[in-house]
Design a protein around this ligand. Structure first.
Ligand code: NAP
Length: 487
């Protein structure tokens, strides 16, 4: 009997999973997408200045490199168009069921019974959850937030209908998002107030346009495009990825480059001091921009470092008693990066819920599967190396790994596959031990850390990740017990 698949989410990794299924001749699948468009984070985020700080030549599927990106780090809208184009090319669109959020997935008689927000149902043999990491906006718990009378919105829900020209705009937050918004707004608004709770390390990053000649060269020479992909991937692995997992030399180089950037490009010593972080570079996600400091020093832009006391009808009151009067308030306050799969209700073997399995922490086996949840897989699940490399490379390695497990079932070697509890325990114990050497736990607050203070990242090298994702170690999986489930 042919097997049926459900993919949850039509973002980068869901589209990837669909392409990989089709390449294996599997057509019996549906992608359930809660929104009315594909694209995931690139659909949700449309704020001014949005671009990807991973080089475009690496921020693409390895089998669909694109030679005519406009810039080294491309704007978000261009990336969104890329995913739409790829989905069209591979015939993915007809598999997507839009406006269909999966609210419940229950393992019944060896299959997965799914229910959507509109109460539609489906029963499938395999679930591939490609629900993303940064898609639940985190609203700040600042008193009086509801009292603000002007328009206010989260950066991932940009209010394009709200006029900002000539307005007084406040931005709360200084993460990667806010740092991209500030230069994009500075020349358009009457006044920009940036509310900084914690200073950031900022690595200068030039973003040149590709010339017509360069684009033609990359279009016409797949070899040159591949070389560029290999070059940027290796650069990540050799520098940034090493630094964050404990290579002190690389970390020092990053810190020195950030410090030099601050010294050379922020002229007022008092402002420089307020922008100087008091923790190690890359402890939070490193900020990359050569536009942020110049924008911050424009006469109509102010950096507010007094803590926020409360929000009032007309603006933000800081702890020194000053009222910063605003017409528009932007909350660039990030996301809940630990809400994997939520609020979906997932019931595995014996009716045990994922919420129960994860009551202490989000723990998976190699980020892709959870004991007791047979034939249920995740892309970019807990402890994927998202802080270190392009998330597309990660997803490609993960889907190839997952499909090797799926093959065990398709080839009749077992009826279901799930990691053993012992293997998952070993993996997570090793993770926690290795986290001790990483910069993420060196003393800062960041979305990387879960409620127990453990980073939701990968503490080892990329080479190790790639090696471990090559082939599942079947000794770590419950194939025998899974084979007893009924199909
Ligand atoms: P973020 O890095 O989590 O930053 C949130 C900001 O809001 C922080 O500065 C935080 O201050 C501040 N904040 C939160 N609650 C606050 C409160 N109650 N009062 C005052 N300040 C508050 O969020 P993000 O900038 O949206 O970025 C999230 C992630 O998205 C990034 O780390 C990155 O992975 C991804 N991203 C990627 C790109 C890209 O180009 N590839 C671009 C944008 C985003 P503290 O620092 O003090 O906590």
């Amino acid at each position: 009997m042919s097997k049926r698949f459900a993919i949850i989410g039509a973002g980068m990794s869901g589209i990837l999973a669909a392409i990989k299924l089709k390449q294996r001749g599997i057509e019996d699948f549906t992608i359930y997408e809660k929104a009315s468009r594909l694209g995931g984070t690139w659909r949700d985020n449309t704020y001014p200045g949005l671009s990807c700080d991973v080089p475009s030549h690496v921020y693409a599927y390895s089998f669909e490199l694109k030679g005519d990106w406009t810039r080294r780090f491309s704007p978000g809208a261009e990336i969104q168009r890329y995913f739409e184009g790829v989905a069209e090319k591979y015939g993915i669109e007809r598999h997507i069921r839009y406006n269909s959020e999966i609210t419940r997935a229950e393992h019944v008689d060896g299959r997965w019974r799914l229910r959507t927000s509109s109460r539609a149902t489906d029963t499938v043999d395999f679930v591939i959850a490609a629900t993303g990491v940064l898609h639940h906006p985190a609203m700040p718990d600042i008193p009086g937030l509801a009292d603000f009378k002007g328009p206010k919105f989260h950066s991932a829900r940009w209010g394009h209908a709200v006029p900002i020209h000539g307005k007084r705009v406040g931005i709360i937050g200084t993460g990667s998002t806010a740092i991209q918004i500030v230069p994009a707004l500075a020349d358009r608004v009457a006044k920009l107030s940036l509310f900084q709770r914690t200073a950031q390390w900022v690595l200068p990053l030039a973003n040149p346009f590709y010339s017509a000649e360069e684009k033609a060269m990359f279009r016409e020479s797949p070899e040159r495009l591949q070389q560029s992909y290999d070059f940027w991937s290796q650069r990540f692995v050799d520098t940034f990825a090493r630094a964050v997992i404990g290579n002190q030399d690389e970390l020092q180089k990053i810190e020195d480059a950030c410090r030099l950037n601050l010294e050379e490009n922020v002229h007022d010593p008092e402002l420089r001091w307020r922008l100087t972080p008091n923790y190690r570079a890359a402890c939070k996600r490193l900020i990359m921009s050569d536009e942020f400091y110049p924008a911050l020093q424009k006469p109509n832009v102010e950096l507010v470092t007094e803590g926020i006391d409360r929000i009032e009808a007309t603006g933000v009151r800081t702890k020194d008693g000053a009222l910063h009067v605003l017409d528009v308030l932007v909350l660039a306050t990030g996301f809940d990066g630990h809400a994997f799969l939520r609020p979906m209700e997932v019931l595995g073997e014996g009716g045990r819920t994922l919420a129960e399995a994860w009551s202490e922490a989000n723990e998976a086996y190699r980020s892709v599967a959870v004991p007791g949840f047979p034939n249920f897989f995740m892309l970019v699940g807990p402890n994927s190396p998202i802080g270190n490399f392009s998330v597309i490379m990660i997803s490609e390695l993960q889907i190839d790994y997952i499909l090797q497990l799926v093959d065990l079932v398709l080839e009749g070697r077992c009826r279901a596959v799930a990691p053993s509890a012992a293997a998952a325990r070993r993996f997570n114990d090793a993770l926690h031990e290795a986290m001790k050497g990483t910069v993420w736990v060196s003393g800062c607050r960041s979305w990387y850390l879960d409620r127990n203070g453990n980073p939701a990242l990968w503490p080892w090298s990329f080479d190790r990740f790639r090696a471990e994702m090559q082939k599942p170690d079947l000794a770590d999986f419950d194939l025998a017990s899974a084979a007893t489930t009924q199909v």
